[in-house]
Design a protein around this ligand. Structure first.
Ligand SMILES: C[S@@+](CC[C@H](N)C(=O)[O-])C[C@H]1O[C@@H](n2cnc3c(N)ncnc32)[C@H](O)[C@@H]1O
Length: 393
């Protein structure tokens, strides 16, 4: 079978429950010996396995183990989509603009014997989504997993996503989102950022805010049900509703953050209240998402899916979801523990001790997935300073 024929410069690998033909990574290393997907003739990144596995778990949870129609418009060799077919109940279109990638998609579909459930396509992503929608077909799951920013694909995704559909989005341009490049952040996301002590959370909130505003212009309401930062990328899953009313509803959680770098004070502010903020309060960052980063009920359902369908621990997903569950109810951006003690010019006590003290005083507090140096808490900076002084006295 053509799908099973392997060239001497290729190899077969396994990811999740699927097998894939890829260009042999050993032959496409950088001069320093490190495998870099962009150096290979077609894109396959093993470091994204966690993201793809969690994607399968999210799809199984969201669609409740029922069939769904998906489109992956920027699919590389097709691994993500093939996993939606084999490990969830997806049927769909696997697309890439690159003819080499398209050829791998065809071969990997054959290799996994899923030709009845998956169609390979070789189009530009936006044209594909627009043309599917123009034919009157709506899509249950659109997975946007591009190089860098996803923003160029949000208009067409908003047009094509089904009512009640799931829009999954990756962003790998963490530099601009984390405010290492404020002008790029402004250009791509129309947001003013500032290098805060919670930059990784600010980046996620800017990304979500920008996507929501774009979708709202199509009368589509997008609600983030799980969103996270993982090493070098952001990932957000949105539940889509199609009405002007639902778009207006989510827009109420678009606002700004006022951040004071001298005092580490941070406050969200709604758009309608901006004119009341005195300039000396701090730097104004946004617009961005000021609502919850996850839906706690959905996270709890994910845990049930994990318990039911997966007998073994899969790639640290369960502890990761538990961490998000802890953080979910705490909307205030995390604090950098080291920065707090740096500001107070004090030695840093064990973080666990500090979190226990916050909890003893009735605050919610936990570690954060964003940063090992961070603490998520609903306490204000004045409370943190009081506790820091009391335990280091
Ligand atoms: C990051 S890779 C995709 C990785 C893949 N989703 C995975 O999980 O392995 C991005 C892919 O988008 C494709 N691409 C870039 N611009 C495109 C466009 N406008 N339309 C369709 N495909 C595009 C590239 O050829 C590349 O294969």
């Amino acid at each position: 079978m053509e799908g099973c024929k392997i060239h001497e410069w290729e190899t077969i690998i396994y990811e999740g429950k699927v097998k894939l033909t890829i260009p042999n990574p050993e032959l496409f290393k950088r001069p320093d010996g490190i495998y870099e997907p962009a150096w290979a003739p077609v894109f396959y990144n093993p470091r994204m396995t966690f993201s793809r596995t969690l994607g399968v778990v999210v799809a199984n949870t969201y669609f409740n183990n029922k069939e769904f129609f998906f489109v992956e418009p920027l699919a590389g060799i097709g691994v993500r989509s093939i996993r939606y077919v084999v490990e969830a109940y997806g049927t769909g279109i696997i697309n890439d603009i690159d003819p080499i990638a398209y050829n791998y998609i065809i071969r990997n579909i054959k290799l996994n014997n899923i030709s009845e459930a998956a169609t390979a396509s070789n189009s530009e992503a936006n044209s594909l989504l627009n043309s599917i929608r123009s034919e009157g077909i709506v899509i249950d799951l659109i997975d946007i997993d591009p190089y860098g920013t996803p923003i160029p694909f949000i208009d067409s995704s908003s047009y094509a996503i089904a009512k009640g559909g799931l829009l999954a989005v990756t962003a790998t341009d963490t530099g601009p989102l984390n405010c290492s490049h404020p002008q790029v952040c402004y250009r791509r996301y129309n947001s003013l950022c500032y290098k805060t002590d919670f930059s990784k959370e600010m980046g996620l909130r800017i990304l979500i805010g920008s996507i929501i505003r774009c979708a709202a212009s199509h009368d589509v309401g997008l609600e983030p049900i799980i969103s996270y930062y993982h090493g070098y990328y952001y990932r957000v899953y949105f539940r889509a509703t199609r009405s002007a009313k639902s778009a207006d509803k989510v827009l109420r959680n678009i606002g700004y953050i006022i951040y004071n770098p001298n005092t580490l004070k941070r406050e969200y502010i709604k758009i309608e209240d901006i004119k009341e903020v005195p300039v000396e309060e701090g730097v104004l960052c946004g617009p961005l998402w000021i609502g919850p980063l996850c839906d706690i009920n959905f996270l709890l359902k994910i845990n049930k899916t994990l318990a039911k369908r997966y007998s073994v621990y899969i790639e640290d997903i369960e502890p990761f979801i538990n961490m998000l569950i802890n953080e979910c109810g705490i909307n205030k951006p995390y604090y950098r523990y080291d920065k707090l003690f740096g500001m107070l010019k004090k030695n840093i006590p064990p973080k666990r001790l500090f979190i226990n003290e916050l909890q003893k005083q009735g605050f919610r507090a936990c570690e954060t997935h964003f940063d090992p140096r961070g603490i998520k808490t609903d306490a204000g900076i004045e409370d943190l300073i009081n506790i820091a002084n009391s335990i280091t006295r």
